[in-house]
Design a protein around this ligand. Sequence first.
Ligand SMILES: Cc1cc2nc3c(=O)[nH]c(=O)nc-3n(C[C@H](O)[C@H](O)[C@H](O)COP(=O)(O)OP(=O)(O)OC[C@H]3O[C@@H](n4cnc5c(N)ncnc54)[C@H](O)[C@@H]3O)c2cc1C
Ligand code: SF4
Length: 563
Amino acid sequence: MSRPSNFPPPFSARDYVAEPTDPPDERIEVGVLVVGAGPAGLACAIRLGQLIEEHPELAERLGEVPVAVLEKGKQPGSHLLSGAVVNPRALRRLFGDRFRMEDLPSYGRVAGESVYVLTRRAALPIPPPPPMRNHGNWIFSLSQLGRFLAGRAEEAGAMILPETAAQKLLVSHGRVVGVRTGDKGRSREGGELPNFEAGSDLVAKVTVLAEGTQGHLTGVALEQFGLRGDEPQVWELAVKEVWKVAKPLDRIIHTMGWPLRAGKRFREFGGSFVYPMGDDMVTIGLVVGLDYRDASVSVHDLLQELKTHPRICKILAGGERVQWGAKTIPSGGFHSLPRQLHAPGLLLCGDGVGMVNVPRLKGIHYAIESGRLAAEAAFRALQRGETPASALSSYDDAVRDSFIWDDLYEVRNMRQVFGRGFFVGGALASAMTMSKGRVELGKMRAEPDAEQPLLVTDRDASYPAPDGKLTFDKLSSVFASGNKTRDDQPSHIRIERRVPREVARLWEHMCPAQVYELGREDGDGTVMVEVAPSNCVQCGAITAKGGRLTPPEGGSGPEYTVT
Ligand SMILES: Cc1cc2nc3c(=O)[nH]c(=O)nc-3n(C[C@H](O)[C@H](O)[C@H](O)COP(=O)(O)OP(=O)(O)OC[C@H]3O[C@@H](n4cnc5c(N)ncnc54)[C@H](O)[C@@H]3O)c2cc1C
Ligand code: SF4
């Protein structure tokens, strides 16, 4: 049986580590450089701004640009996609009395909740298990929240550089000294087009990587500094849609069961969410563990199937899809965290290092809290008389003392138990939940998603045909993501092009954006994989399942506004 991991991509982390190459007077110098304008990176920039305001003498030492935030999307929020039901704890700590939750661009408090176990036709309501209880949480669009946070970060003095991808980690004498941004205006073959702009070296006293799931430079840094944890990281793939609807939804809904199969051999773990966004919109998404084995599984098409369920299509009846998107979620949890969250000159936060509580489907408040703590450690490192190394290591201590650590420890084996099948996994997960994590199951091994041996079924034969109203094909979904990637730029996707048929089928079905197609067969069981990189919405699934996503030219990819 083929495993995608047997066909590794042509990618070496070493190619993305470099010394600065621009002449010293052409380098852009900043105080603290944050990579990623997501909740983690923006919370870091906001907290740094608050600290600098309280200590103006530091601002002088940090130079003209005390804090810069790089974002590869067209603008902050363009690449942000989430549920999003948010635990307000970290936002309250970040803003103190500067903002109340009511001042943020939310869709209000969670007003009620229901959980259903679905079969093809029925929906059995069950009492919400503890991880799915959301009393006191608030509903947001993360893309909108990201734009709000970016505004606050700018007010606090940060310079935000959108359409700018951090491509290489700049390391000098064993210490991270910044990043090199990607070139713009290269042709498919790599030549310089008339609008060519070379990337730049951005050098900083401290670099904070807040790249989110499948962070490109985070992966490079984990390799470079030997920081990977004992257990490998694993991921879920989530595909979601935002709908304008005729009738308001009065509660948040989670479902389990159909359209996923319970059989242990399929390893299909996941569930769906339907959240109201005010009176006239809802968001619906399906999350599936990427350790699944059937090469015909397509999360995009399973979401289309889910929408045909009588309980769900009632919610969408008379409505219209307004946006679509996809993203991975790191799900290894506590045991997959890196050994250390810092390296010389460097701090790592948020989803990039896997700070997600998967049973609760929550990561935003951990991202915000880790960004805030990273800011405090960076600030310490910049103080006169501090040893930068010990100041940066205080970040690890602060995270260990925070609710991030306690929460992730409590659910430490939650994702791994589902490798034993839905029913055994469900029973073990309940035992862990009821005991608040005190049931000791030992450290359960997680196998990398790409190491799961593949099987091929005809699951794809029963996906619903797209009707353009309730159900859609992948290309119209890519259009609904606002993706405007230039299609004559170099490919940013690294895969082995000639692979066994089942690996090619896996990629073809898995990719929610129709980037892969089966090409020429050679009669020896292998096929050539054809790649359409400009469809890519940078969800990161290919990195989990045997390839490698690298950042394309800055400004490429989806342009989410309400996801
Ligand atoms: C479908 C779905 C539903 C979810 N539901 C919830 C929920 O209801 N509640 C909850 O709390 N959490 C939820 N989560 C998880 C939550 O969204 C994440 O935990 C959170 O967004 C992590 O924040 P982050 O700042 O670490 O990363 P991100 O939000 O991913 O932000 C990272 C940013 O960095 C940018 N970036 C990355 N690499 C580079 C680079 N090299 N150069 C420049 N820019 C770069 C990206 O474009 C992006 O804007 C959900 C996730 C998904 C996918
Ligand atoms: S090619 Fe892009 S959209 Fe498709 S799976 Fe890979 S990262 Fe996701």
